[in-house]
Design a protein around this ligand. Sequence first.
Ligand SMILES: [Zn+2]
Length: 80
Amino acid sequence: MLDSGMVNKIQKAKTYAEEPERIHFRSLEVAFDGKNGNHQVEFHEGHWRCDCDYFHGHHTCSHTMAMERVLGVMAPEEVG
Ligand SMILES: [Zn+2]
């Protein structure tokens, strides 16, 4: 049996989950299973990073772009 405090927390969590703009990632690190290999994608200190070759030359790549699409309004913004 859930007590009323827990019921309230679950209800609040549902409301929050429908308002993802409240959530701001400060850093994250993911293992990305790419078509041509696996990549390490990170957001750290205001910048995206990916270990793929394309990213090194362009400071963006299909992996970081995919992360921004997946995260939507929660996607962290590049600083500077
Ligand atoms: Zn990449």
